[in-house]
Design a binder for this molecule. Structure first.
Ligand SMILES: Cc1ncc(COP(=O)(O)O)c(C=O)c1O
Length: 405
């Protein structure tokens, strides 16, 4: 640990407002001084943690981090950490089995779906999906509502005839009556929540008897989902359910086993399903962390409870925008506003946006800058962001607006 260990008194001329414990080493309590100028205006968080509004990798529950800390040197009496154990051993087998069982229970995943723990991020699925679900020359339907679905469609063009069903305006879901679904598409791909634009589908798109494929990277496990409506759901873990390194793929049995001969073995759903996600060494630590998060979600009442908490948080933030007399603005139409990623701007004076982000950081609210491609601000309020954090942000927004008037 690189933090300097020193008594608060030795900090001399710097005005010491408080000293927070940020970590324990065997020899010493490591402390970080917080000056009055840097002090948050409201509640301090445990371990000197900040409210982290990052779009991903993102905040994880303190309870889960504490469990990981407790397990770190010796997982359940095994004498080793999860990072050190063989993926072929009974210890890790119990970890991955437990993670899958909890995820199946959370989402009520039907038995005719496989759960795969894959690598390469959600971006690898942009290629894996056409490679597994279509043959050369097939038509592939893509609904484009923002940056990520556009990227997915762009990658799919390497593998098939992409038909863009509809292109959104980055602030709404295009009216289904305008969609041009192809009669012979092998599947219809869409992004359930566009992380950058903050555009979210409120119900799965209706695509008749077509195979529906969803990128749920940034709203996975944020609400109950009827998995049976989908052929395939995929999500990178690093936003709502764990650290980067593992990508969850939930895929219906009949879509497995038809990959193109050129499919890289690591992207082949049949190989991954037959080998129970252990064709090679899986991302053991990331799977273990997701397992801890899934178990916590079950203890906390499952996805209905998660959704309720998320709706409450989103309302606090959208109300703060709506109640600002136009000082803040949401670029997204009310019907498509994301419960997870909330972009907002200061329309009358965009120069203030930089100042907003910098002052918020001084109040322990970080990563509020909008994505570089769209600018403005963005608060990502995933499952593990506490209500306190969102309320603190809403209070800060109010204060900032008053002070900037
Ligand atoms: C909706 C969505 N899809 C795909 C990705 C790409 O994920 P990864 O970085 O795991 O490849 C992201 C990353 O932010 C995302 O938000």
């Amino acid at each position: 640990m690189s933090a300097v260990v020193q008594p608060a008194a030795s900090l001399g001329a710097r005005r010491v407002h408080s000293v927070r414990r940020v970590g324990l080493s065997r020899q010493a309590v490591v402390v970080r001084a917080v000056t009055a100028e840097q002090a948050p205006s409201t509640t301090a968080q445990p371990y000197g943690r900040v409210f982290n509004f990052s779009a991903g990798p993102a905040v994880l529950p303190v309870e889960v981090l504490e469990q990981a800390q407790a397990d770190l040197l010796n997982w359940q009496g095994s004498g080793m950490s999860v990072m050190e154990m063989s993926h072929r051993g009974k210890e890790f087998q119990s970890i991955i089995d437990g993670a899958e069982a909890d995820l199946r229970a959370l989402l009520a995943i039907p038995d005719n779906y496989q759960v795969l723990f894959m690598q390469g991020g959600a971006s690898s699925q942009f290629s894996a999906i056409p490679l597994n679900l279509s043959a050369e020359g097939d038509t592939l339907d893509y609904i484009v509502t923002g940056s990520w679905s556009k990227k997915a469609a762009g990658e799919a063009k390497k593998y098939g005839k992409v038909n863009v069903v509809a292109t959104g305006d980055n602030k709404s879901v295009p009216d289904p009556s305008s969609w041009k679904l192809s009669p012979d598409a092998k599947y219809v791909h869409y992004c359930d929540n566009e992380t950058i634009q903050g555009v979210e589908f409120k119900a799965p798109p209706v695509v008749g008897d077509k195979v529906l494929v969803a990128d749920m990277s940034s709203n996975f496990c944020s609400k109950p989902v009827d998995v049976s409506k989908y052929g395939l759901i995929y999500a990178g873990a690093q936003k709502n359910i764990g650290p980067a390194g593992v990508t969850i793929v939930i895929v219906r049995d009949d879509l497995i086993g038809n990959s193109r001969p050129s499919t890289p073995v690591m992207l082949d759903y049949k190989v991954q399903a037959d080998d129970k996600s252990m064709y090679n060494t899986p991302p053991c630590w990331a799977i273990y962390m997701c397992g801890l998060v899934f178990a916590k979600m079950r203890r906390d009442g499952g996805l209905a409870a998660v959704q309720q908490a998320n709706e409450k948080k989103a309302k606090v933030l959208y109300d703060a925008i709506a109640g600002s007399n136009g000082f803040y603005s949401s670029p997204v139409d009310a019907a498509a506003r994301s419960m997870m990623n909330v972009p907002f701007t200061i329309p009358a004076n965009a120069d203030l946006e930089k100042e907003f982000v910098s002052q918020a950081a001084k109040h322990s609210m970080i990563q509020l800058k909008g994505h570089r491609s769209v600018g403005g601000m963005r608060a990502s309020i995933y499952n593990s962001m506490p209500l306190d954090g969102v309320q603190q942000l809403a209070n800060f927004m109010k204060e900032f607006a008053v002070n900037s008037a």
